[in-house]
Design a binder for this molecule. Structure first.
Ligand code: MG
Ligand code: ZN
Length: 215
């Protein structure tokens, strides 16, 4: 048997669970984002800066995926909001079943925003719906500005592109205009923000975007 039908079966099972999650989020008024990038693009640091800026009564929670360690969850837990690690034990993406399992025993009625940090990988996380309202792709300026052309799937499906680590622009050959143009060639309606979690540049625009999506 070829692998294609099996993959299709796995994905349709995933879609079924994702649809149930989406309905669950809708019932509880939870806005959910799925953050996708290559390893090392700065997802966790962006989430740290995001949590740091929220008031203590913000109804936010984070699920963070990694193949092996719980380092990211420990970093994110310092801000006092509910955080859970999903350790995939080898799988290079999160699937809806993992999200469903890790939401068990969480009081969803007390949440308004769920941020999911996917496993660092630009390819297969794109295919697995987690019940989120939108995907956010993060591309750091230490990567290639042609990545939207090389990995069109995620750029096609993402609502927002965050160009991260822009404080490093003077030191790298990354052409930010070319990156924007490449992303828009794949997805003309993609929104684009430029952010440095280190200097704080662009974080206000990111927070404003988040707030605009939640209403
Ligand atoms: Mg991380
Ligand atoms: Zn994978």
């Amino acid at each position: 048997m070829s692998q294609v039908p099996l993959e299709r079966k796995v994905l349709s099972e995933n879609d079924r669970i994702a649809a149930a999650l989406r309905e669950e989020f809708r019932r509880h008024g939870i806005f959910c984002l799925n953050l996708i990038s290559s390893p090392g693009a700065g997802k966790t640091l962006l989430l740290e800066k995001t949590l740091e800026s929220f008031p203590a009564d913000e109804r936010v929670a984070v699920l963070t995926g990694d193949i092996q360690t719980d380092n990211d969850a420990r970093r994110l837990a310092r801000y006092g909001f509910p955080v859970r690690q999903i350790t995939t034990a080898g799988a290079c993406h999160l699937d809806a079943r993992m999200v469903e399992r890790h939401l068990a025993n969480w009081d969803l009625a007390s949440l308004g925003l769920l941020l999911i940090e996917n496993v660092g990988n630009l390819v297969c996380p794109t295919s697995y719906d987690l019940g989120e309202h939108a995907k956010v792709v993060i591309l750091s300026v230490t990567e290639g500005d042609d990545k939207p052309l090389k990995y069109p799937g995620i750029f096609h499906r993402a609502r927002l592109l965050i160009l991260s680590k822009i404080d490093l622009l003077p030191y790298v050959p990354f052409d930010i205009a070319a990156a924007r143009e490449n992303a828009r060639r794949i997805n003309p309606s993609i929104e684009i923000l430029e952010v440095s979690s280190t200097t704080g540049e662009g974080l206000d625009a990111w927070r404003a975007w988040l707030a605009s999506q939640r209403v």
